[in-house]
Design a protein around this ligand. Structure first.
Ligand code: PXP
Length: 246
């Protein structure tokens, strides 16, 4: 049974829409740190944030507060850049997930190209691991990327589930699930811990879990934050945590 990591980026997206220039205002809402604690109390076993280069949602001040206040595992999604590696080495999150990043994309569109950036990724993995940070690599379910993840010494991967989430026909869904299943099996045979995330929701999680056994963590953000508008954040997290326990 995998555990639930809740991504609170989109809570900050909403706050930034109104309080971008006035973050310290007592009125600044919604607060991703307070709601991260709500998520933990509702069954999240990890909190994920992506400190993007353009700081479009989560800010450094949020991440520092989370480091102090989060009670579960803090997972920092980050680009493989010297500035982000230096930030993570100062912050010491429990986990760091290395992701690709380009300024234009609305969200993370594809997996990290470990094959193409092997030296830079290996360097970041080494530095972060030495500091006691558990590193995962956010990659597409492709054998070459998984083998490269093992070569660079990462202890963990996060399988990019976007292609599965976006599949529009039953045949495409089946093919995407098969790729995920094979990728997870290969990763585990190489000694890697396997997480998954991106585009997972209340509808596509049950068939995903049925098809892909042995996952450690599912990192989920957008669907939980969206559901929270109807039922409240704690209940939305609790519903997803219950789905994972089934
Ligand atoms: N995992 C990673 C590495 C991501 O980049 C994202 C998106 O920020 C997620 C999980 C969560 O995706 P979603 O918000 O679609 O649930």
């Amino acid at each position: 049974m995998p555990v639930l990591g809740v991504n609170v980026d989109h809570i900050a997206t909403l706050r930034q829409a109104r309080y971008r220039d006035d973050l310290k205002s007592p009125l600044a809402e919604p607060d991703p740190v307070t709601l991260a604690r709500t998520a933990e109390k509702a069954g999240a076993q990890g909190i994920t944030v992506h400190l993007r280069e353009d700081r479009r949602h989560i800010q450094e001040i949020d991440v520092r507060r989370l480091r102090r206040e989060a009670k579960t595992s803090l997972n920092l999604e980050m680009a493989v850049t010297p500035a982000m590696v230096a930030f993570a080495l100062r912050l010491r999150p429990d986990e760091a997930c290395l992701v690709p990043e380009s300024r234009e994309e609305v969200t993370t569109e594809g997996g990290l190209d470990v094959v193409g950036r092997e030296k830079a990724v290996a360097d970041a993995v080494r530095k972060l691991s030495k500091a006691g940070v558990e590193v995962s690599l956010f990659i597409d379910p492709q054998p070459a990327q998984i083998e490269a993840a093992a070569r660079v010494g990462a202890p963990c991967i996060e399988l990019h589930t976007g292609a599965y989430a976006n599949a529009t026909t039953p045949a495409k869904v089946r093919a995407a699930l098969e790729r995920q299943k094979k990728a997870a099996a290969l990763a585990k045979s190489l000694g890697l811990r396997v997480n998954a995330g991106h585009g997972l929701n209340y509808k596509n999680v049950p068939p995903f879990l049925k098809a892909v056994p042995g996952l450690h963590t599912l990192n989920i953000g957008h669907s939980i934050v969206s559901r929270a508008l109807a039922v409240g954040f704690g209940p939305a997290v609790a519903e997803m945590a219950a789905l994972l326990r089934k």
